[in-house]
Design a protein around this ligand. Sequence first.
Ligand SMILES: Nc1nc2c(c(=O)[nH]1)N[C@H]1C(S)=C(S)[C@@H](COP(=O)(O)OP(=O)(O)OC[C@H]3O[C@@H](n4cnc5c(=O)[nH]c(N)nc54)[C@H](O)[C@@H]3O)O[C@H]1N2
Ligand SMILES: Nc1nc2c(c(=O)[nH]1)N[C@H]1C(S)=C(S)[C@@H](COP(=O)(O)OP(=O)(O)OC[C@H]3O[C@@H](n4cnc5c(=O)[nH]c(N)nc54)[C@H](O)[C@@H]3O)O[C@H]1N2
Ligand code: SF4
Ligand SMILES: [Mo]
Length: 699
Amino acid sequence: MNIHAKPNTRTGISVCPHDCPSACALEVELLDENTIGRVRGAKDNSYTLGVVCEKVARYSERIHHPERLLHPLKRVGQKGSGAFARITWDEAMTEIARRFLAIEEEHGSEAIWPYWYAGTMGFVMRDGIDRLTHAKNYSRMYGTFCIALSWPGYAAGTGAVRGVDAREMQKSDLIVVWGGNPVNTQVNVMTHVGLARKQRGAKLAVIDVYETGTMKQADHGYIVRPGTDGALACAVMHILFRDGHADWDYLRRHTDDPEGLRDHLASRTPEWAAGITGLAMEKIEELARLIGTTKRSFFRIGYGFSRSRNGAANMHAVTSIPAVTGAWKHEGGGALHSNSGMYKWNKALIAGRDMIRSGVRTLDQSRIGDVLCGNPVDLQGGSPVKALFIQNTNPVSVAPDQTKVKQGFAREDLFTVVHEQFLTETARYADIVLPATMLLEHDDLYQGGGHSHIMFGRKLVNPPGECRSNHDVICDLAARVGAEHEGFTLTPRQLIDRTLTDSKRRGLDELDAENWFDVQPDFETSHFLNGFAHPDGKYHFRADWKKAASVVSTMGTLGPWQDMPVFPDHWAVTEPATPETPFRLTTSPARTFLNSSFNETPGSRKREGGPSLQIHTDDLAALGAADGCRLRVGNARGEVILQARATSGVQRGVVIAEGIWPNEDHENGCGINTLTGADQPAPAGGGVFHDIAVWIRPA
Ligand SMILES: Nc1nc2c(c(=O)[nH]1)N[C@H]1C(S)=C(S)[C@@H](COP(=O)(O)OP(=O)(O)OC[C@H]3O[C@@H](n4cnc5c(=O)[nH]c(N)nc54)[C@H](O)[C@@H]3O)O[C@H]1N2
Ligand SMILES: Nc1nc2c(c(=O)[nH]1)N[C@H]1C(S)=C(S)[C@@H](COP(=O)(O)OP(=O)(O)OC[C@H]3O[C@@H](n4cnc5c(=O)[nH]c(N)nc54)[C@H](O)[C@@H]3O)O[C@H]1N2
Ligand code: SF4
Ligand SMILES: [Mo]
């Protein structure tokens, strides 16, 4: 196993914990019991294949960062100012418990809101906070940042959030990367695409709103206007039916209403879609021909294009294409968005799901600004939120409607605890800050969203300073506030072992010995050939949006779901470009940041350059501005300052701000999410991070 190691170094095996579909198996150089060297991908994991992204290869910059939090802190200055004094763990935990118990007594348990997301994807360290929530009947959180639009869209068609074995990309003749940018966001997709190209001359087609790194490597690139993928997908299917590329035998056996779909699409012509997407008709014909004439076409469907008010409908439209061609029948054909629905975990123990009681309110994560500012609709007639307990997320940077989020966090009557690795903009608003461990400093259990492995993430080094794991902090707090559950009494290894066996998997001893279990179902199941996951076994061109919402939502249907199109369509509900806000903005992921993680590491900051705006050369000239100049970008929600980067790789009227820079890296302290709206899209809510209308002026 010590294949790459330098003399005198050991190599440990673990897992990348970040919120990334690749969940890479890692080989970590261990210089001593506290220090890591280079991080590499494990060669013998058949998905990772020895490759990791550049930001994790340099993980030593993050784990050994001079600004890591090492001790508990108590606020001594204004909220948000960053003025803190060091305190002991016991002082910190005593104060937190005292305040939580007092708030519970005065305002009820729902006045306390544990708030979290996927800073680590490890089950023990991510999901344990829910155990505390349920044990105490604190307000629950519905996590809408990421998957709330895409999963219902995909499952509306297939009935489940799973798909074809990612490694089958190697057997494909056409890989269609739709609305994702794996060169930036999950580099391993490119490894498998590369093998298909080398071994069988496979073609790569990419659909995005600008010329991404992935598109630069593609054989065919399609640059659409944001939020118009439903129109493109409909025109593609129109052509497939028109030109005899629809597989009628497959359609009759495996889909609900193929004739209805064909008739519905009769008016969704390439000309119609060209007007909406901004693509030339010939390009639409070309894409349809590629898909129609390549049996083994693999749709690798990203999250990006779902982050619009019509994103769920667009996802359903795109997912419907392989059901028209019958690509699902072939090895190397079909679709994969996420495999998260295939693992079927029993999380009663880790997440305390056995303690869920009805009648306790659930609050929408993306509405945190309105929740904290006391919007009665969001509070559902209940008490204001008086305390926040935050792990694994940085909402003052990543949540929509940032101005309101900051206003909420600044409330003097709000008691905020943030458990973090760095003094993030969210931690700066805390009353108490607690230092957290990182991957390689604790044990955890992982699943691959973009592949099919259950994995053991091993502790390999000692934590620095006084850092404690999420699990240790949750269990300590539980004891102090009188929360009882078996999960609080177990070690991470015990929780992992029990969760595996409760979920009918082999236990931790075997996982520890093997590093990972590959649990991809057989070919027929993965390709839905023995039935799609709806009760009738069919792919649904006719979406039941209420049912689709239930795949993710713990708040029922949200947004104008009854207005959603039943058949795949263009649903024109995105934030409109108007004379006041003529540009459409997307906030696409930067290669060496991961959401707001890594925007503190020197290598990533240097590579990304600074907060910038990619804008069409002609638009820039029309504004009377030049490449490299400062631009003010704004809408009714606020203003952000970005540096112009002229490009021809985007349509006119569309602009791209890559990466979530720290708020303080923007001249006026306002981060990119100052511009993002927090209205709830149908059918289940979600962050509409790529659906923003703005004005632009030279600064
Ligand atoms: N380096 C890096 N890696 C990451 C992340 C990161 O921030 N940086 N984030 C991680 C997380 S949390 C997630 S969920 C995944 C997400 O990974 P992806 O599935 O790749 O999704 P997004 O990051 O939202 O956006 C991907 C692409 O969608 C494009 N896009 C936006 N709007 C539209 C549209 O309307 N139509 C089309 N066709 N394309 C559109 C964007 O320009 C972007 O290039 O990546 C993870 N990996
Ligand atoms: N403009 C714009 N905004 C976006 C997006 C976008 O594309 N554009 N993407 C959205 C998406 S898809 C997502 S998923 C969200 C994600 O946004 P976040 O959930 O905030 O994810 P990160 O920014 O990676 O921040 C996670 C934080 O968790 C901390 N952390 C990591 N591991 C641990 C641990 O073990 N313990 C503790 N206590 N803390 C830990 C990290 O230090 C980091 O500060 O952002 C959303 N916001
Ligand atoms: S961030 Fe994604 S691509 Fe990079 S090492 Fe982690 S799982 Fe792999
Ligand atoms: Mo995400």
